[in-house]
Design a protein around this ligand. Structure first.
Ligand SMILES: C[S@@+](CC[C@H](N)C(=O)[O-])C[C@H]1O[C@@H](n2cnc3c(N)ncnc32)[C@H](O)[C@@H]1O
Length: 231
């Protein structure tokens, strides 16, 4: 993967960035996503935010080597503090982190959100708490994808603030749009997770030390939901 050839995961994220966007890519690491989009003429400007020094320098280097310093600003910053009012950001991507981390970045940085930005989020697990945050903050999920690359299942969630929105507990768990679309990648992911939950439940049953009943019930409930989804 590099600034020309993105991974399939980042390529799918790129597909959800509106043409002509001013993008803030938070946790940009090497900066490949904003640089690839800028090189393709798909966006007009970007901010690449990074909290850690080594990836920050890596993003700076990618931008410099592609002569894009005029259009892409790289900032060493925690979460949405990378965004400044004058940036006029219209889309924010936060990819390759746990869903809880993405949720915390959004929650801590709420004051920096105008509410006009499209959010393109690619959590590695923890999708449920992330969807919960989106719902509680009036973000409607516009698009969702599951994809498998290098033996990992990745999810992409695209959302915009629309006002009050309500999802059921199952919709928050599986994704409201994915439950309807039932793509093969989605079904395969949940078949795999069902086997995992069943293995966990049988290891609980064999465990010498008692597993708290609440934990057993939680995993059993998840297994039931998944079995019902796949039935
Ligand atoms: C696994 S990398 C993902 C890089 C790229 N977004 C991708 O999807 O390929 C996660 C990056 O997020 C950065 N990161 C984690 N928490 C952050 C935060 N609160 N603010 C900014 N960057 C953060 C890490 O330093 C790391 O470089």
């Amino acid at each position: 993967m590099n600034q020309q050839t993105l991974s399939m995961r980042l390529e799918r994220v790129a597909a959800h960035v509106p043409a002509g966007a001013r993008l803030a890519d938070i946790g940009s690491d090497h900066g490949y996503l904003p640089v690839a989009l800028m090189r393709r003429g798909a966006i007009v400007a970007a901010v690449a935010g990074e909290v850690a020094l080594t990836p920050f320098r890596s993003a700076e280097r990618t931008v410099r080597e592609n002569d894009l310093d005029q259009w892409i600003t790289v900032r060493l910053a925690d979460g949405l503090t990378a965004i400044e009012p004058g940036d006029g950001i219209t889309a924010i991507s936060i990819c390759g982190m746990g869903g809880e981390t993405i949720r915390d970045i959004l929650d801590c940085g709420k004051a920096r959100l105008s509410g006009q930005e499209r959010l393109i989020l690619q959590p590695n697990g923890g999708e449920q708490p992330l969807r919960q945050w989106l719902m509680e903050n009036g973000y409607c999920i516009l698009c969702e994808e599951v994809l498998r690359e290098n033996r990992f299942d990745y999810e992409i969630i695209v959302a915009e603030r629309t006002g009050p929105v309500m999802y059921t507990a199952e919709e928050l768990y599986f994704g409201p749009l994915q439950m309807q679309a039932r793509s093969s990648a989605f079904l395969i992911k949940w078949q795999r997770l069902l086997r995992e939950k069943q293995r966990t439940l049988s290891s609980f049953a064999k465990a010498r030390q008692a597993v708290p009943e609440e934990k057993v019930q939680d995993v059993a409930r998840q297994a039931r939901w998944i079995a019902d989804l796949l039935a």
